[in-house]
Design a binder for this molecule. Structure first.
Ligand code: NDP
Length: 311
């Protein structure tokens, strides 16, 4: 079984940064991840990552990958980790490629996945007019009428992106405007865009259509709103990918985010966490906060290995 100083689960900004820092500490490290760049690769325009005035998500994710590989990170992309178990003085990681890897310590940088609404018609019509990734699917809606559900940065930036393709975009938020979580930057961009119509107090109730989405139904303060749409984008936040960490006994908050100390250690010795899967980053899930947590986690794992090898 191949042995590493640190195995990093997740290849988003937190995981790849952890790999870059681990390499600089001369630690033998392995990054295993489902998607290069994680949610960054699904982001539209990024204008708040230093050094890049404007960059698209896929481009930035590729830069992260190039940097990591050039500096010596061993990267296994596009596979899932199936299991992780505490063994001897470390952890055995079992991956989808039927391989097992031994790490003296591990960093969970597994991120978060898109949340679903859980309403009628959602599962049946997913991929048939209902999408969870505007950057992937926006081009399919050229000159069409689409909706976006949500009131955070993901929803508003998706609406702005969709307006480049669609002829009309409804941005549907369940409360009044003042309660939106999106940053003023994105709200202003959406407001200035003539193709975007914001609808407030619209609580999603049902998606309907025979073989593909035809209508979305909302409850607007007791009144039914029935919108005929070619597509709808659900952008209602994320859920942490922390199941494997929980199996190891790692403590999470009530929503499943991994509770970390200021050095990104968890309650389990040798287990660190970074990025959107942690309580810290979840408060302000930005690329830069994920990357910085990744750097801190790598530094802490280095100290941990030095300490345990002295003991
Ligand atoms: P948020 O948690 O910020 O927003 C989720 C939105 O979905 C809220 O408006 C919420 O409404 C709404 N919502 C949740 N559940 C439902 C439901 N059942 N029905 C209808 N609406 C629902 O998630 P985001 O993904 O938007 O953002 C996550 C993080 O990522 C944030 O920190 C954000 O800043 C960051 N981000 C930054 C970007 C950037 O450009 N810098 C781009 C994208 C994301 P309510 O407010 O009522 O709870």
């Amino acid at each position: 079984m191949k042995t590493y100083d640190v195995i990093i689960l997740g290849s988003g900004p937190a995981g790849l940064t952890a790999g870059i820092y681990a390499s600089r500490y001369n630690m033998k490290n392995l990054v295993i991840g489902k998607e290069i760049g994680g949610q960054v690769a699904e982001s539209y325009e990024i204008e708040n990552y230093p050094g890049f005035l404007k960059v698209n998500g896929i481009e930035l994710a590729e830069k992260f990958r190039e940097h990591a590989e050039r500096i010596g990170v061993e990267l296994i992309p596009f596979i899932n980790v199936l299991d992780i178990q505490k063994k001897r003085n470390g952890f055995v990681v079992k991956a989808e490629n039927d391989m097992e890897y031994f790490g003296k310590c591990v960093i969970f940088a597994t991120g978060a996945r898109k949340r679903k609404l859980g309403i009628k018609g959602e599962d049946r019509l997913a991929g048939r007019g209902i999408s969870y990734c505007a950057i992937c699917d926006a081009p399919f809606f050229k000159n069409k009428i689409v909706g976006v559900i949500g009131g955070g940065d993901s929803a508003v930036s998706a609406a702005v992106l969709l307006a480049e393709h669609a002829k009309k975009v409804y941005l549907l938020y369940r409360r009044e405007k003042g309660k939106m979580r999106a940053t003023p930057y994105w709200v202003m961009k959406a407001e200035k865009n003539k193709k975007i119509e914001m609808v407030f107090n619209a609580v999603p109730k049902e998606f309907a259509g025979k073989d593909k989405l035809e209508y979305a139904l909302f409850d607007c303060k007791g009144k039914e709103l029935k919108l005929k749409l070619d597509g709808i984008f659900v952008e209602v936040g994320t859920k942490p990918e922390s199941e494997l960490a929980k199996k190891l006994g790692v403590r999470t908050d009530e929503r499943g985010y991994i509770i970390v100390n200021h050095d990104m250690s968890t309650n389990v010795k040798g287990v660190f966490a970074a990025g959107d899967v942690t309580t810290g980053s979840n408060m302000f899930a930005q690329i830069i906060t994920a990357a910085s947590e990744g750097a801190i986690a790598a530094e802490s794992s280095y100290k941990y290995i030095k300490q345990t090898s002295r003991a």
